[in-house]
Design a binder for this molecule. Structure first.
Ligand code: NAP
Ligand code: ZN
Length: 353
C-alpha cells in the first residue's frame, strides 16, 4: 500500500478538502495511473450530498471522480494491454464479476457485482470503499482501463469517460441516424456531449434549455434548433415530431411536456438522475405508443468504441479547467446550471499543494 493525496467530503454537508488516502500496490492485473485530469460530474454532487440515499447511500469520507485521464506509471506482471507511459482513461467502473450474462455481453454496468469507481465496497480492502479520481494516483484492473486517442486534447477527453459514454450509448442503442429528429434536454455536461454525438451522427438536433443565454453555444456545439423550454408556444410547435429525446436534467422537472413532443413509437431515454421521483401522466405514453426508458453509462467495449469515435471525429468536451482548490465553488456553480460545459480538475494543482 502507498498513500496519495486526494480531495474528500467528510459528510453530506461538508465541503471537499485535502486528505491522504491509501491505494493498493499494483497486483498482477493492475495498472497504476498518475492522474492528470478528472472531470466533475453532477453525479459527484449527488453522491457527496447523499441525494441518492434511497438507492445507494454514501459512505464517508467520499473521494468522488469518475472521469479520469492519466499516464501509466507501473503495471502488474500479467498486464498485456498497457505499459508505463501510456495515456489512459478510467470511467465509472473499476471491476465486475466478468462471468455473468451482462459482463459476457460487454454490459458490465449492469453486472450485479459491479464495483463503481467510488463509493462501492473495496474488494481489495485497501479502504472501506473505493475512492475516485479527485486524487493524484489510482490503481485499476486493466480490464477497466481505456485507451485514449493520441490526437485529442487531454483535459477535454476526461469527461468522455462518463458524460461521453452516458450519452453515446443510448443514442447508439436507439439507432439515431440522418433524417431523424432528436431532442437533447438540458445543456450541461451530459447534454452538450449528447448534442455533439447526435449532430455527428447526422440527426436534426434540437436542444431544450431553461437557460436562454446558452442558445448561441448550443448552435455552435451542433444544434440545429434551440427551444427555451419555459416557452409553451415554442414547445407546442414541436408537438408529435421527435423520434428520440435524451433527457439529461439533474433535477425534478415535467417529463410529460417532452413525452408529448414524441411522434408515433418515439422514445425518451432518461439519463439524468434527479433525487426525487417524477410524475408520468398515463396519456402521455398511451397516445402515440410512446415509451420512456433509462440508460446507465455504457459497457467497457462501447466506451472504447466511443473514445475511438471521438478520435476519428475530433470530438472532446468543452471544458473549464480548474485547480482542485476551486472544487467547492464548481459544485455551487453546477447547481446553478452555470458550467461551460464541464468542469475538469487539473490534478497538478493537488500535487503542488
Ligand atoms: P449538469 O452539467 O449540471 O447539467 C444538467 C443540466 O440540466 C443543467 O445544465 C441544466 O441545463 C438542466 N437543469 C438543471 N436543473 C434543472 C431544472 N430544475 N429544471 C430543468 N432543467 C434543469 O449535470 P450532468 O453532469 O450533465 O448530469 C446530469 C444528470 O445526469 C445528473 O442527475 C447526473 O447524476 C446524471 N448522470 C447519469 C448518468 C447515467 O449513467 N445515467 C451518468 C452521469 C450522470 P439548462 O441550463 O440547459 O436548462
Ligand atoms: Zn458521471
Amino acid at each position: 500500500m502507498y498513500n496519495t493525496k486526494a480531495y474528500a467530503a467528510a459528510s453530506a454537508t461538508s465541503p471537499l478538502a485535502a486528505i491522504a488516502i491509501a491505494r493498493r500496490d499494483p497486483t498482477a492485473h493492475d495498472v497504476q495511473i498518475d492522474i492528470l485530469f478528472c472531470g466533475i460530474c453532477h453525479s459527484d454532487v449527488h453522491a457527496v450530498r447523499n441525494e441518492w440515499s434511497d438507492f445507494m447511500s454514501t459512505t464517508y469520507p467520499i473521494v468522488p471522480g469518475h472521469e479520469i485521464v492519466g499516464r501509466v506509471t507501473a503495471v502488474g506482471e500479467a498486464v498485456t494491454k498497457y505499459q508505463s507511459g501510456d495515456l489512459v482513461g478510467v470511467g465509472c467502473m473499476v471491476d465486475a464479476d466478468g462471468t455473468c450474462p451482462q459482463c459476457q455481453a460487454g454490459l458490465e454496468q449492469f453486472c450485479r457485482s459491479v464495483i463503481f469507481t467510488y463509493n462501492s465496497p473495496d474488494q481489495h480492502q485497501t479502504a472501506p470503499v473505493t475512492y475516485g479520481g479527485y486524487a493524484n494516483s489510482v490503481v485499476v484492473d486493466e480490464r477497466f482501463v481505456l485507451r485514449v486517442p493520441s490526437n485529442l486534447e487531454l483535459a477535454g477527453v476526461a469527461p468522455l469517460l462518463c458524460a461521453g459514454i452516458t450519452t453515446y450509448s443510448p443514442i447508439r442503442h436507439h439507432g439515431v441516424k440522418p433524417g431523424q429528429k432528436v431532442g437533447i434536454v438540458g445543456l450541461g455536461g451530459l447534454g452538450h456531449m449528447g448534442v455533439k454525438f447526435a449532430h455527428a451522427l447526422g440527426a436534426h438536433t434540437v436542444v431544450f434549455t431553461t437557460s436562454p443565454h446558452k442558445t448561441e453555444d448550443a448552435l455552435r456545439l451542433g444544434a440545429d434548433e434551440v427551444v427555451v423550454s419555459c416557452n409553451a408556444n415554442e414547445m407546442q410547435k414541436h408537438a408529435g415530431s421527435f423520434d428520440f429525446i435524451l433527457d439529461t436534467v439533474s433535477a425534478k422537472h415535467d417529463i410529460n411536456a417532452y413525452l408529448n413532443l414524441l411522434r408515433l413509437d418515439g422514445n425518451i431515454t432518461l439519463v439524468g438522475a434527479p433525487e426525487k421521483p417524477m410524475e408520468i401522466a398515463a396519456f402521455s405514453l398511451l397516445m402515440g405508443r410512446r415509451s420512456l426508458s433509462g440508460s446507465l453509462i455504457g459497457g467497457i467495449p462501447e466506451t472504447q468504441e466511443m473514445l475511438d469515435f471521438c478520435g476519428e471525429h475530433n470530438i472532446t468536451a468543452d471544458v473549464e479547467v480548474i485547480p482542485i482548490q476551486k472544487v467547492n465553488e464548481a459544485y455551487d456553480r453546477l447547481l446553478k446550471s452555470d458550467v461551460k460545459y464541464r468542469f475538469v480538475i487539473d490534478l497538478a494543482t493537488l500535487k503542488a499543494a
